[in-house]
Ligand binder design. Structure first.
Ligand code: ADP
Ligand code: MG
Length: 578
């Protein structure tokens, strides 16, 4: 009975085991380590991997790829005559990986450690676990992808003390994490990411550029022509990682179209994407629990090989960034290290890895009875080290109130409606004057990302809940609806200027530190209360004061870090000679 590690990637999936002190990557039937995360359902049956990837061009309507991007959502993929959810398609990939591993190891695989983007929320994590269970394997643990990459580097490159920034740029996701390695402790101190930014977007930019240069419209191409164009774009991109020039050719509508690409042109084509990457790096540094000084920047993931990215980052940081020799295998090998730790291998015994909470966790609350809306009272801010526990007291707002109700949320938005609701607990109190009765709320978040909430009322009543699997998922549509509802609600009550000010505070909230979040909460509540007071003087004064605060906060929150100051300029952490 074996325990394997699985890097369940958006584009490619890999498996790794730990045997006799070594991480061993598992080859598939084609003797390759990477199995494309592609599923195709044709009349001949179900195919996964390389064969399915071929069907992206031959039979696009029966083939699905990049479904990891939609994990935890209700998106339905219709392949042939059947409908599938993203987790079902992922289950097929896991099944294939497990079956290849069983052949290679010659024993059944019953347990797996699976990596997920650090920025996956509760729904996405649950969907991943579900996928594994559907494939018949128990998930021993979910591990964050950048943490796995960091573990691999710590193991391979000399177990040195220092701080590294790991940038994982794959096919569909970007993850940036800042990791401190001290003695045998690997500590993730800050993360940021984008689940919708990857090598696919680079292909897309190239394809659009191709169409513009050749004066053709993407809409006029057939599905097959489109698929060929995207494949051509990817091939050209890959060629440019080892050559200065690449040629694209497309036969469409009885004509031949061509484009010659260079890395210089790529810098222009990818300008917007590169700026988005810079923003995420900026956010990762701001999310750190303490200000980091980075010894080295390490690039992993298939798209780490992009010359245009390497050059851009080296310019940004003022020093050459480090590209992993096998960037697309780093995560899988890191999970292999973790498998070793789990198996209590002697060599791995004393490595400890700590992780951070990717999203803030809190309860819905109101500052006063006059508050128009329920805001997020954060209990555990994002980037808190795991495991962690926090408690807070909450008091009754009304005379004669008989219960205190706590809805639990995950997310960075100011209004709870825009965050992910995870559950609810209600305790009773004795009717009394407002503020006399209370309840103590305790949040405990464990290393696997499972949240336990307990609420104790002053009457002695205690209620506890393990918050997992009972999430209420908001679809994009529902999210838009609630946002719209909110805007119209506020607009009807406040004048345009006050409303705009509140909107700007609310927008800022998601990027703010815990301290700044408190200031924003105070500001919004002040503006709403000033409106309720009905006094034009109070309203005007509050408006002016809060406008000043907004300016100050915007300056701090959006102030760009100095990338060159962030990185030690005089030494390299990973000495190539060693
Ligand atoms: P994921 O983590 O999303 O499964 P990978 O880490 O396997 O993805 O990376 C896949 C991405 O890497 C694809 O977008 C692919 O086009 C890109 N890629 C692979 N090889 C190269 C290369 N030599 N140069 C640039 N991009 C590459
Ligand atoms: Mg990956």
């Amino acid at each position: 009975m074996a325990l394997i590690g699985i890097d369940l990637g958006t584009t490619n999936s890999l498996a790794c085991v730990y045997q006799k002190g070594e991480m061993i990557l598992i080859p598939n039937q084609l003797k390759k380590y990477q199995t494309p995360s592609v599923v195709s359902f044709t009349e001949r049956g179900l195919v996964v991997g390389e064969a399915a990837k071929g069907n992206l061009i031959l039979s696009p309507e029966n083939t699905a790829s990049s479904f990891k991007t939609f994990m935890g959502t209700n998106k339905v993929y219709s392949l042939g005559k059947q409908d599938f959810l993203p987790e079902e398609l992922s289950a097929f990939v896991i099944k294939q990986i497990v079956s290849d591993a069983e052949t290679f190891l010659n024993e059944p695989v019953t347990e797996a450690i699976i990596s997920v983007p650090a920025y996956f929320n509760d729904s996405q994590r649950c969907a991943t676990k579900l996928a594994a269970e559907m494939a018949g394997v128990h998930v021993e643990r979910l591990i964050n992808e950048p943490s796995a990459a960091a573990l691999y580097y710590q193991m391979t490159y000399g177990k040195k003390d220092g701080c590294i920034m790991v940038i994982d740029f794959g096919g569909g996701t970007l993850d940036v994490s800042i990791v401190e390695c001290f003695e045998n402790i690997v500590e993730i101190i800050g993360i940021a990411g984008d689940n919708h930014l990857g090598g696919n977007d680079v292909d897309n930019e190239i394809a659009m550029f191709f169409c513009r240069q050749n004066n053709i419209s993407l809409d006029n191409l057939s599905d097959e022509e489109k698929a060929i164009l995207y494949k051509q774009a990817e091939n050209a991109k890959i060629t440019l990682s080892s050559n200065d020039i690449a040629t694209m050719v497309l036969f469409a509508q009885n004509k031949e179209y061509r484009l010659i690409l260079t890395n210089q042109l790529m810098a222009e084509i990818c300008d917007d994407l590169l700026k988005r990457i810079k923003k995420i790096i900026n956010q990762a540094v701001k999310n750190c629990s303490r200000r980091p000084v980075v010894d080295d920047v390490v690039l992993v993931g298939g798209s780490a090989q992009l010359k245009v990215l390497q050059n851009y980052l080296s310019d940004l940081f003022g020093r050459q960034v480090h590209v992993s020799p096998n960037p697309e295998k780093a995560i899988a090998l890191g999970i292999g290290v973790y498998v070793g730790i789990k198996l209590r291998d002697e060599e791995m015994q004393d490595i400890v890895m700590t992780d951070v909470c990717p999203f803030s966790l809190g309860v819905g609350a109101r500052h006063s009875t006059q508050d128009q809306t329920v805001y997020m009272e954060t209990m555990i801010p994002r980037s808190s080290m795991l495991p962690c526990a926090k408690e807070k007291m909450f008091y009754t707002l009304y005379d004669g109130q008989t219960a205190l109700n706590f809805k639990i949320y995950q997310g960075e938005q100011y209004y709870v409606e825009n965050n992910l609701e995870l559950g609810e607990i209600t305790v009773s109190v004795i009717p009394d004057k407002a503020g006399n009765q209370w309840a103590k709320v305790t949040f405990m978040y464990d290393i696997n990302g499972i949240l336990y909430v307990s609420v104790q009322s002053c009457t002695g009543e205690i209620k506890e809940k393990e918050i997992v699997n009972e999430k209420l998922h908001l679809s994009q549509e529902e999210l838009e609806k609630s946002k719209e509802k909110l805007t119209t609600m506020i607009q009807s009550q406040l004048n345009l200027d006050e409303n705009e000010l509140i909107q700007r505070f609310v927008y800022l909230y998601q990027f703010a530190s815990p301290m700044e979040k408190q200031q924003i909460g105070f500001a919004v509540s002040n503006l709403e209360n000033a409106y309720v007071s009905g006094s034009p003087i109070v309203r005007k004064k509050t408006y002016e004061n809060m406008k000043g605060l907004l300016k100050e906060l915007e300056y701090h929150i959006f102030q760009e870090i100095n990338f060159k100051d962030l990185l030690y300029q005089d030494h390299e952490f990973w000495d190539e000679e060693e």
